[in-house]
Design a protein around this ligand. Structure first.
Ligand SMILES: NCc1[nH]cc(CCC(=O)O)c1CC(=O)O
Ligand SMILES: [Zn+2]
Ligand SMILES: [Zn+2]
Length: 387
């Protein structure tokens, strides 16, 4: 008897009432099901031993999987990678209002922070083991946005000022900067536009790489272009080399960034929703696995030091592809604003426990192959990983 027909046979017996009562999905298992499972196993074994094709002892022994994970510690050993504090990057939204501390309604518990609020906000987190942040600038002053996104690398602007401040006050903190123009352009798109409203790739790449260099020179140890213009990784790498700072700047590429509906809360937080159209011409279609693989391969070839997949939980196959294509390099996954908001909404509606779901989503992301995770849950994980 084949394994699948065995399983089928057993599940038929369940329905006939000879096995445990069918469990409601998500209901906790009760101890009686453990006994029932034991009787299943012995039944399975007796089937197996009467079968002509599987009579070996090893066949029986290999069915005893529970022995490998009955204990919490042994359970944790089943994972290839376990979440540690140093894997986490925490996204921060920096405004140009020095005393701002504004809750973002669609992103529970997350703030837009002014420069004066940054150090007191981060101090307790750094004490708990926060190792890295990624900065997003949010210019709010009227008139600060223009067609070129000039505020992005304004030396007096929020990002450059925040980099300097954080390097001074938290010398151990690893500062990543998102490099894009959508937060700073009047039209809200991620590059420089032609008259017809489409992206001018060459001008966009020139501008994006200038912004990346400005962040790196201000002291950011990592620049992470999220604009998706073709050729930006090569352009940034070449400029970093030209400027003599390639040896102290990590280039993290948002290589596989999908266009979908999971960035809504972020666009509230960053004030970066496009004023017309969408990002479909420069972000990947959700079904485009092959395209994502090509983008990842290309970015590795252009000199990326880390490749990123974004969003995370809906794109676990892409994370796994990234780990395969970039098996000699770190793979980051961005658990984006919509994923975070969904988990909060589900927990609030009583679908699951927030902490349990946050861990399960993280375990999925790590299992798929991520070695770094950008997450709004970072402050919570710093607490949860204490115990
Ligand atoms: N290009 C900017 C950028 N960088 C990261 C995110 C999304 C992050 C999130 O949703 O948490 C976005 C938004 C977008 O592309 O529209
Ligand atoms: Zn953008
Ligand atoms: Zn477009």
């Amino acid at each position: 008897m084949s394994f699948s027909s065995l399983v089928q046979d057993l599940s038929l017996r369940d329905r006939d009432g000879n096995g445990p009562a069918p469990r409601r999905p998500g209901a906790p298992s009760v101890s009686s099901t453990v006994d029932d499972r034991a009787s299943h196993i012995s039944r399975a074994m007796s089937y197996a031993s009467t079968s002509a094709t599987s009579v070996s002892i090893s066949g029986e022994v290999s069915s005893q999987l529970h022995g490998g994970y009955f204990h919490p510690l042994a359970r944790s050993w089943q994972a290839e990678r376990q979440l540690t504090k140093s894997m986490l990057i925490y996204p921060l939204f920096i405004t140009d209002g020095p005393d701002d501390m504004i809750l973002v309604p669609s992103l529970p518990g997350q703030h837009q922070l002014g420069l004066n609020k940054l150090v007191p906000f981060l101090e307790p987190l750094v004490r708990k083991g926060l190792r890295s942040v990624i900065l997003f600038g949010v210019p709010m002053k009227p008139g600060s946005k223009d067609a070129l996104g000039s505020a992005a690398d304004d030396p007096e602007g929020p990002v450059i000022q925040a980099i300097r401040l954080l390097r001074r006050r938290f010398p151990q903190l690893f500062i990543c900067t998102d490099v894009c123009l959508c937060e700073y352009t009047s039209h809200g798109h991620c590059g420089i536009l032609r008259d017809d409203g489409s992206l001018n790739n060459q001008l966009s790449v020139d501008r994006i790489s200038d912004v990346a260099i400005a962040y790196a020179k201000a002291g950011a140890q990592c620049v992470a272009p999220s604009d998706m213009n073709d050729g930006r990784i090569r352009a940034i790498k070449l400029k970093l080399i030209e400027e003599g700072i390639a040896h102290k700047t990590v280039l993290m590429s948002y290589s596989a960034k999908f266009s979908g509906c999971l960035y809504g809360p972020f666009r509230d937080a960053a004030g970066s929703a496009p004023s017309f159209g969408d990002r479909k011409c420069y972000q990947l279609p959700p079904g485009g696995r092959g395209l994502a693989r090509r983008a990842i391969t290309r970015d590795i070839g252009e000199g990326a030091d880390i490749i990123m997949v974004k969003p995370a939980s809906q794109y676990l196959d892409i994370i796994s592809d990234a780990k395969e294509l970039g098996r000699d390099m770190p793979v980051a996954a961005y658990q984006v604003s919509g994923e975070y908001a969904m988990i909060h909404a589900g927990a609030k509606a009583g679908v699951f426990d927030l902490k349990a779901m946050a861990f399960e989503s993280m375990e999925g992301i790590l299992r798929a192959g991520a070695t770094i995770v950008v997450s709004y849950f970072t402050p919570e994980f710093l607490d949860w990983l204490e115990h």
